[in-house]
Write a protein that binds this ligand. Structure first.
Ligand SMILES: *[C@@H]1O[C@H](CO)[C@@H](O)[C@H](O)[C@H]1NC(C)=O
Length: 326
């Protein structure tokens, strides 16, 4: 953290030519660090600055002091190292980012707006996720295509999600949509399509949106599980912290719907005070889904995320043949 603060103070030593790219050189407690001026925006990056050193003989013990760069300038241009086995690394891989996992991961990636100076302090941030065009990385890692085609496909996807905006934390929400769509939303829709094409019946679609009084802005993937099973730790947080009357109603509803489906192949063989709606199955031509929130409601006209799902249906109809899993 000290590195961050010092960095902002001495950033003023940079001199920028009009059009020339001059990489910033800054002095921090450890010594001189050379960053990189971005070519796709008005900022500089300082990637992979070690802020402490892991004791490899005792990785979970106290960290050692960060190395100093007294002998030579530290070139901060490699920021892909991540600590192993973080939940994020799975998502990063799914989003097409291939992090280098290492125990020796006490490094910072710092992004600094170019207009920042000692008189004009601007927020900077460190964020692994945005240090690349993750649309491009995902296409490149998921489809076997010529470079030019990878670029074209990535552009199409990027324009669909963020328009002409640069990739920065300003597009966090769009990045989450993209990530959710490629990891969960579209694969689920595609699975339904495949089931229906195989003439499967008893296919029931739902969207679980209940957050109770957690204050969360939305229900995450697998958020329904604590209402179906006794779960502990991170998963069970909602249930173990507090079970409001609404939470317990949700437990009754979910366990009834799920066990009905197991017993009868139909989650709502009859309506009741507990479950006052009839959950209709997906058919070849319609895709109704149950919205599971404080109230239960059937959506029968609009398909779930219909524009985004239609985009991916079209995208895969063109590029699906090049998918590494195809
Ligand atoms: C699904 O049903 C249709 C119409 O009965 C039939 O032509 C088709 O072969 C079936 N598909 C499979 C995979 O069983």
């Amino acid at each position: 953290m000290k590195a961050l603060i010092v960095l902002s103070i001495v950033f003023v030593v940079n001199v920028y030519g009009a059009d020339q790219r001059i990489d910033p050189l800054v002095l921090i407690n450890q010594g001189l660090v050379r960053g990189q001026k971005a070519t796709d925006g008005d900022y500089s990056t300082f990637l992979g600055i070690p802020y402490a050193k892991v004791d490899l003989d005792d990785p979970f013990g106290p960290a050692r002091a960060a190395p100093s760069f007294e002998e030579e300038i530290f070139y901060a241009n490699e920021g892909t190292v991540q600590c192993p086995l973080t939940p994020f690394s799975g998502y990063a891989r799914a989003a097409g980012i291939s992090p280098v996992e290492s125990v020796d991961c006490l490094q910072l990636n710092i992004f600094v707006p170019s207009q920042a100076s000692i008189r004009n302090p601007l927020p900077m941030h460190g964020n692994e996720f945005f240090d690349k065009d993750f649309f491009y990385s995902w296409i490149q890692n998921t489809f076997v295509m010529e470079n030019e085609e990878v670029y074209t496909a990535a552009k199409i996807v990027r324009h669909f999600y963020v328009g002409d905006k640069d990739i920065s934390s300003d597009v966090n929400t769009e990045a989450e949509y993209f990530n959710s769509d490629i990891v969960f939303n579209h694969p689920i829709q595609d699975t339904i399509t495949r089931l229906i094409n195989e003439n499967a019946s008893h296919v029931y679609e739902y969207v679980f949106s209940y957050v109770g009084d957690t204050g969360l802005s939305g229900a995450a993937h697998s958020a329904e599980l604590p209402f179906l099973f006794d779960l502990y730790g991170d998963f069970g947080e909602l249930m173990t912290h507090s079970s409001t009357e609404d939470d317990l109603l949700m437990v009754d509803r979910l366990t009834t719907l799920w066990t009905n489906f197991i017993k009868y192949g139909n989650p709502t063989p009859e309506t009741s005070e507990l479950i006052p709606v009839t959950w209709s199955p997906v058919t070849a031509n319609s895709r109704p889904y149950l919205i599971i929130n404080k109230e239960l409601r059937m959506e029968t006209e609009e398909r779930f995320l219909k524009e985004r799902m239609a985009f991916w249906d079209l995208f895969y109809s063109i590029y699906g043949q090049y998918n590494i899993f195809a």
